[in-house]
Design a protein around this ligand. Sequence first.
Ligand code: ADP
Ligand code: MG
Length: 240
Amino acid sequence: MIEIENVHKSFGSLKVLKGIDLNVEKGEVVSVIGGSGSGKSTLLTCINGLEPIDSGTITVDGTVVHARGTDLNKLRQNIGIVFQQFNAFPHLTVLENVTLAPRKVKGMGRAEAEEIAVKQLTHVGLADKIKVYPGRLSGGQQQRMAIARALAMSPDYMLFDEVTSALDPQLVGEVLDTLKLLAEGGMTMICVTHEMGFARDVSNRVAYFESGVMAEIGPPAQIFGAPENEATRKFLSSVR
Ligand code: ADP
Ligand code: MG
């Protein structure tokens, strides 16, 4: 599980996370909502050790992420992350994009890596695109490829940072469907999202962030139906 305890994080004099506490159980899906600049992305980058923290602890399956001596490469193999921007290697085919990390990082042989890649690409509905270059894919297909690429490392955790925000509206659904399938398969996920319907339907819990504070967390029925926090209520009425 992911255990986040009293995490503080600043960029220079700007306090971005002000004492975040959050435990994510195995198989749980937690959606993180909140306004721009509230610290949502920063939290994700702290969880997989891309960013240092000022104080507090983040523990993933018992490994303290920011402890001296923690093997961050090994940790990141177990925590897939997908961002808003597509970041495919344009000169590699879809299949090569997805097999790259298993081969380079895990030292997997080509045949095994390709078998896993084809399985994951099939899972995200891209079985017919394996020989194509990413430039020929739609935005939604590129995001699904990015998800397959992360899954090819067989992570126990997946972090999603607004993966549909850069997509044309008609392409959002296919990516959300992929996330939903993954959630139904039991993947432990933290999803930063602006898609309130997705957060309501797919998450076990929804966390509302405001100014570096987790102002409220609870089951979707509470957050969307009867938010206890005035700020949560205001935010939700502004996005609906
Ligand atoms: P969110 O994802 O909720 O929109 P972020 O976590 O991206 O918010 O950012 C929180 C705050 O931290 C913002 O004010 C942002 O400008 C600032 N910030 C984020 N990353 C950096 C960085 N690398 N250097 C300096 N400031 C940053
Ligand atoms: Mg963000």
